[in-house]
Each structure stands twice: as C-alpha cells, then as structure tokens.
Design a protein around this ligand. Sequence first.
Ligand SMILES: NC(=O)c1ccc[n+]([C@@H]2O[C@H](COP(=O)([O-])OP(=O)(O)OC[C@H]3O[C@@H](n4cnc5c(N)ncnc54)[C@H](OP(=O)(O)O)[C@@H]3O)[C@@H](O)[C@H]2O)c1
Length: 344
Amino acid sequence: MLKVGIIGATAYTSLELIKILLRHPEVKITYLGVRRTDRPKISDIFPALKGLLDLPCETIEQKEIPGNIDLAFITLPPTISMQYVPLFTGKGIKVIDFSADYRFRDKSLYEKWYKAQHTDSKGIETAVYGLPELFREQIKKTNLVGNPGCYTTATILALAPLLLKGLIFSEDIIVDAKSGVSGRGREPKEDTHYCECNENIEAYSVGGHRHSPEIEHILSIKTHQKVSIQFVPHLIPMNRGILCTIYAKPKAGVYGRSSLHDDDVHKLYKEFYGKEPFVRIKEGNEMPKTKDVIFTNFCDIATKVTENRIIILSVIDNLIKGASGQAVQNMNVMCGFDEKMGLL
Ligand SMILES: NC(=O)c1ccc[n+]([C@@H]2O[C@H](COP(=O)([O-])OP(=O)(O)OC[C@H]3O[C@@H](n4cnc5c(N)ncnc54)[C@H](OP(=O)(O)O)[C@@H]3O)[C@@H](O)[C@H]2O)c1
C-alpha cells in the first residue's frame, strides 16, 4: 500500500482528492495537514466524509514533516506551496503539487506572473508538467510533478494535435473559456458571493489571467514553436465545470488542397487521442457538455472547420481532470499503477 498525505486538507480540491483516493485499491491516506491547530477530524470539516474517513488533521509545520507517507499531494495556494515542497522532495518523498509553483520551466516567467521570488530553484528546474497525455514518459521518471491548471488542461488538450501537426498559425489563437465558481477555490471572494455570481456571467482578468502564460509556455515547449493566445475567462453560475471554445486559423495547403475539411481534423483528433483513457472525441455535430464530464476525469473535445477558422471545444470538471483526478492519474503513472485506477 502506498501511504499518502494531503497538505492543505481543507481545500475544495482535497475533498475531491480524498473521495477518489478512498476508491483506490493501492493507496492509504495516512496524513492530513492543515494550518489550523485544533486537530479537527476531516469528517468534521467535510461532513460528506463521515464514516468514510474520520482521520484527525494535523497542523502543518515548516520544520517538521510527517514520517508516515510515501507521496504528498500539496493543495496549497501558489507561493505557499514552494515553502513546503522541498521539505518532502528533500527526504525522497514523491510530491504532486496543485499550485502553479512547479508548472513553469522558466523561473523568471513564474516570478513575473506570480509577483514572488521562487525559493526552490532546484524544484522548479526538475519538476515535470503533469499532463500525462503529453508528458507521460517524463512523469514516469520524476519525483516532483507540477499538476496543471484547470483552464490550462482544457486548452492544451484541445490545441495540442493541431499545433503538433503544424496545421494552424501558432500565434493567432483565441480562447474563450468559462468556469464554474469552484474554480475560484473555497475561500470566499467578492465575485464568488452567491448574490454576485448567481444569475450572472462576466469575464475576469481579461488580458492578464495567469493561466495564459502557462498555456503558451507549455505548448511552446511541447511543439517547438512560439505559441501565443488571446485568453478570456468567464465566471458562470455553476458549481463546477469548464468549457473552452477555441478559434484557430488554419494554414492553407497543408493537405495538398486549399483548405482543411471537418473529416481531416476529426480523424487527426481520433488518432492522436485514440489510446488515451480520459480524452473522448465527439462524433458528427455533437458538442461537448459539462454535464457529461462533471465528477469524472474525462476531457471531451469536438472540432468544427468553418470558412477561415478551426473551432475546437473542450470540457472538463475543473476539480477532477482540472485538479484532483489528474493528480491521481499522475500518481498512478509515477508509481506504476494502472493509469485508470481509482478513476474509472
Ligand atoms: N479550484 C480549482 O478548480 C483548482 C483547479 C486546479 C488547480 N487548483 C489549485 O489547487 C490548489 C488548491 O485550490 P482550491 O481551489 O482547492 O483551494 P481552496 O479551496 O481555496 O483552499 C486553499 C487551501 O490552502 C490553505 N491555505 C491558504 N493559505 C494558506 C497559508 N498561508 N498557509 C497554509 N495553508 C494555507 C487553506 O487553508 P484554510 O482552510 O486554513 O484557509 C486551504 O486548505 C491551489 O493552488 C489552486 O490554484 C485549483
């Protein structure tokens, strides 16, 4: 049995993670770390866990780390995570970090967008980006995974086949993204109050959302070209789920004819993701729906070719394929378990 700990156990993503791990036959949750000091049971914080996991939470200490774990999931906010991760990696404990602290290979890019000095240079240099569909071989060999962001997962999976085949202009891409409110975390913020977000839809962080550089950075590394996107996220009155509608400009003449057809693009996606257990390509005119993927680790994708654009639509559950499900998928890859274990 793999002994796992969760550091930041009161987070939304931690509740989802615990639910998945309780179904996993090779894992035992042996440690839950929180910043409060009153040692509450996790089932007092999340009553949904009563009778399923009644483990008391311990106070996380920067000096002392738990001795009874083989792998740590860190579900803390960016800039806080990096204060804890080296304590675990330094002792040879595998780490999957949910924040942005280990998603960038370029420290200065991270520091520019997160307005903080990165204090774990070795970690940021050696971490592997935890998107198994694109980086599986590297994930198998690493002890430290930077688990991708939610918008990032939906966008990168949607764009990778076309960019890797060189079928679209890599600097002319528009991403219109919509997320349910749990994407903003459990801690209340003004725009996540019920009266503010219910019966409302609005864009936020236009031109400056932190997932934009992450998408560009990872796709540029993976496809060996400069990728540049216009990314506009919207908050919509749902608990969970993300829909990305992406507009890309096709290059002319790539298939020996003046334009691409629907069938060309559909076939490309079917082949690219043919062996992937968690990416499903829609048929015909069927469009992806958040309802079909919430509470699952699936990413559903559809493509459509119009006069002068290729439109790609993708949906995920921000808390599962966008966070905790993906983290378990990464754990399975890192530990040599069946990649689907606990998830299907
Ligand atoms: N929500 C999503 O859809 C989503 C998707 C992908 C990735 N992520 C990432 O996953 C991580 C967790 O996200 P979340 O939405 O689940 O967060 P959340 O519900 O807002 O919870 C944040 C957690 O961090 C703890 N925390 C905050 N500041 C801390 C500090 N200074 N020291 C110690 N602990 C601190 C909180 O503890 P208290 O309970 O004591 O405040 C809580 O456990 C974040 O890095 C986020 O960016 C989230």
